[in-house]
Design a protein around this ligand. Structure first.
Ligand code: ZN
Length: 127
């Protein structure tokens, strides 16, 4: 069936949410993200900082998290400490994505409510 790629908005014939090209892009991006996170594990991460550091579209980083890329590929015999670090990281990613969505929703609703007040209300009152 013909579907729209969630990432590049291209129509493609196939299954799932993203097109084969984007899927390949994610496969290539994943090791970069993983290495970045490993090399900088002392830093606080969120999706924005990783996307910025790697110079990629933030939606690709979000998609990596959404697709569970960061959940898989744990080395054999990994210690529970490393594992919990990884889980913390994934949690941090997920919460930063949730926060962005929430912020966007708040910004959208705030805009419609206060637009008139910002322009005509407070400014004129102070004069
Ligand atoms: Zn695509």
């Amino acid at each position: 069936m013909i579907v729209t790629c969630k990432l590049c908005r291209k129509l493609y014939n196939g299954e799932g949410r993203i097109c084969p090209e984007c899927r390949q892009r994610l496969d290539e991006l994943y090791p970069e993200v993983r290495d970045y996170l490993r090399d900088n594990h002392k830093l606080e991460f969120n999706v924005e900082t990783v996307a910025e550091a790697l110079d990629v579209d933030i939606r690709y980083v979000q998609e990596l998290v959404a697709q569970g890329y960061l959940d898989r590929d744990l080395p054999e015999g990994v210690s529970s400490e490393v594992l919990s670090d990884r889980q913390k990281l994934i949690k941090a990613f997920e919460s930063s994505i949730d926060k962005m969505k929430a912020d966007a929703a708040v910004a959208a609703s705030r805009k419609s409510v206060t637009y008139g007040q910002e322009i005509y209300g407070e400014n004129t009152k102070r004069r």
